[in-house]
Write a protein that binds this ligand. Structure first.
Ligand code: NAD
Length: 296
């Protein structure tokens, strides 16, 4: 079997077009423009690239983008004061604090200072609890993107065996909650899991979120399974730097029914889902119906 490639780049473009369409309607019918504030502390080069890309795409879908770049030495007090200001600004519907923060800042404290209704990353403890109890939450962007691609490919996920490899708060745990919410039978595997190959071989859906280049070989994949590769790993090959996933794409795509490539799979969906979450937050804040197909 040669796997169908799930094209995250094309899917993300579709999501952005849907968001742009709904933003235009919000402006026309209600005079409201969704706004996303992104806070960057320090000069981490990867974070700078992400923030630039987020700002650009926010503007492209017709939303307002507010970028706050703070010095690496910024005190916790000053950062919390900015978050308080954004929490109370009616033009700001989504707030994202780019992680990681410099060591002297307490990430949990900072994230939990964001108004949960504006927490478009879905990392606030209230949103984690809402998701875990099946209530209306802001859902972390990367797992939301994975869920959208799985729903698009399969329609219903009900009753499927899903394995999530990785138990991080950003990807693994919320991904497992979302799959459970869609009635999958979910296993969360991690660094201490025994017989990982056997666990993965049982799965109709494999989501790999580990951060280890090509650690899942094709012979772990059940014939016809759907593979979602979240990993982004930089490796040196033939003197060049390349991006590879957590799954060995060449061998896995000979057994899987469908697979996301790296790059061009999950990656582009993350920012698209951030825009979708900002739109959702804006609709909720204004008592308007949520955008269909763009939430969990
Ligand atoms: P993390 O380091 O926080 O978590 C990794 C998880 O993998 C841990 O729970 C750990 O238990 C598990 N693990 C480690 N070694 C293992 C092993 N040998 N077998 C099984 N499990 C093992 O990482 P994260 O933030 O969840 O990110 C995971 C990967 O996804 C990284 O490559 C990251 O770059 C990527 N990522 C991509 C996006 C995107 O937009 N596509 C977003 C977030 C993260």
């Amino acid at each position: 079997m040669v796997a169908q490639v799930i094209d995250g780049k094309a899917f993300a473009a579709k999501v952005r077009a849907q968001v742009a369409d709904k933003v235009a309607k919000l402006k026309e019918e209600h005079g409201i423009t969704p706004g996303l504030a992104v806070v960057l502390v320090g000069e981490d080069p990867a974070s700078q690239v992400y923030v630039r890309s987020k700002g650009k795409q926010t503007v492209e879908v017709g939303m307002n983008s507010y970028e706050h770049k703070l010095d690496a030495e910024t005190s916790e007090q000053d950062l919390l004061a900015l978050i308080d200001k954004l929490n109370n600004d009616p033009a700001v519907h989504g707030i994202l604090v780019q992680l990681p923060l410099p060591k002297h800042l307490n990430e949990d404290l900072v994230i939990n200072a964001i108004n949960p209704a504006k927490d478009v990353d879905g990392f606030h403890i209230s949103n984690v609890g809402l998701l875990a109890t099946g209530q209306k939450a802001m859902v972390p962007c990367t797992p939301l993107g994975c869920l959208m691609m799985l729903r698009d490919h399969h329609g219903s996920l009900s009753g499927m065996d899903a394995v999530v490899i990785g138990r991080s708060n950003i990807v693994g745990k919320p991904m497992a909650q979302l799959l459970l919410g869609d009635s999958c039978t979910v296993t969360i595997a991690h660094s201490r899991t025994r017989n990982l190959p056997e666990v993965v071989r049982r799965a109709d859906i494999v989501v790999a979120a580990v951060g280890r280049p090509e650690m899942v070989p094709g012979d772990w994949i059940k014939e016809g399974a759907t593979v979602i590769d979240v990993g982004i790993n930089r490796v040196e090959r033939d003197g060049k730097t390349r991006l590879v996933g957590d799954v060995d794409y060449a061998s896995a795509s000979e057994r899987a029914g469908a697979i996301t490539p790296v790059p061009g799979g999950v990656g582009p969906m993350t920012i698209a889902c951030l825009l979708a979450n900002t739109l959702t937050a804006c609709c909720r804040a204004n008592g308007l119906p949520e955008p269909e197909g763009l939430t969990a």
